[in-house]
Design a protein around this ligand. Structure first.
Ligand code: NAD
Length: 290
């Protein structure tokens, strides 16, 4: 079975649009997201455009701040300070990667955690680690769990989940979310020995590696649920044009597994939908006392 992330994301946006309308009617508040883009990275420009379009589609306010790649770290921090103190801004996202002269960790730490809709601030990752309420959870990992549940239902308890990758953006938070769902979780990474045998244990296999078609069919247990986070651009040998593939050898693995997310059309569309979900959540919390 192929898990349709495009459809799941569209369904989530419909549900969010209803909730946005309710918040407007009950409190007169329209959730608003401000995205800061520094420089002209082509992939980032596409992401930012898509984010803005979908933010508006669900009835939220979208603001974009585009800064030249000569922007200093101090200027960016000053800009963040203005947004942190602006009550009409509920969500702030700084598009990564930033130009090399700017320290991403300093910038992330400067975002008000209540507005940190990417969920990368240490306050939010700490809350997630502790299982506390109120964490804004990184978007791609949230999308992975929603898609796994599409196939397996809401109860993931007791399943063995293997996550390949330990980044702060995907691998670690998705592992923590799977733990919260009562899975038995193994985190595999670049130094893991016998990776194929580790992956063969998985009822749920999450690949977040960044290597095209890395996970092979004989690594996958029959009937497993495979969530492919990877986005890799390779050359299509037939047409000579670029095409996107995941971290999983899709065609071969699809014959073995129980369900798999495709690339494109799997985890990718869920990331923006979950960003909108976080923006709504942030707006709700910030207006709770109004
Ligand atoms: P990253 O480079 O920060 O982390 C990659 C991880 O893979 C590392 O933790 C590393 O230990 C592990 N790894 C590398 N080589 C390995 C090997 N040979 N064996 C086992 N593990 C190995 O990448 P990331 O930011 O976590 O992203 C991973 C992939 O997911 C990339 O392709 C990225 O483009 C994609 N991504 C997609 C979305 C989305 O919206 N779908 C969002 C974020 C990232």
């Amino acid at each position: 079975m192929i898990i349709d992330g495009k459809q799941a994301a569209a369904d989530l946006r419909v549900a969010l649009a209803i909730e946005v309308k309710k918040l407007k009617e009950s409190k007169g508040i329209t959730p608003s997201l401000t995205v800061i883009l520094v420089g002209k990275d082509p992939a980032s420009q596409v992401y930012v455009r898509n984010k803005a379009k979908q933010t508006i589609e669900v009835g939220m306010i979208s603001n974009e701040i585009r800064l030249p790649d000569t922007t200093s770290q101090e200027e960016l921090l000053n800009q963040l300070s203005v947004l942190n103190n602006d009550n009409s801004v509920h969500g702030i996202l700084v598009q990564l990667p930033l130009p090399k002269h700017i320290d991403e960790s300093v910038v992330i730490a400067a975002i008000n955690p209540e507005k940190d809709v990417d969920g990368f601030h240490a306050m939010n990752s700490g809350r997630l680690l502790n299982g506390e309420d109120g964490a804004l959870v990184p978007c791609t990992p949230q999308g992975c769990i929603i898609l796994a549940k599409q196939h397996l239902g809401d109860d993931l308890s007791g399943k063995h989940a293997v996550v390949i990758g330990r980044s702060n953006i995907v691998g670690k938070p998705v592992a923590l979310l799977l733990l919260q769902e009562n899975c038995t979780v193994t985190i595999a990474h670049s130094r893991t020995k016998n990776l194929a045998q580790v992956c063969q244990q998985a009822d749920i296999l999450v690949a977040a590696v960044g290597r095209a078609e890395f996970v092979k069919a004989d690594w996958v247990k029959k009937g497993a649920t495979v969530i492919d986070v990877g986005i890799n651009r390779i050359e299509n040998t037939e047409t000579g044009k670029a095409k996107l593939v995941g971290d999983v050898d899709f065609t071969a693995v699809n014959d073995v597994c129980g369900a798999i997310t495709p690339v494109p059309g799997g985890v990718g569309p869920m990331t923006i939908a979950c960003l909108l979900k976080n923006t709504l959540e942030a707006a709700r919390r910030q207006s709770a006392n109004l």
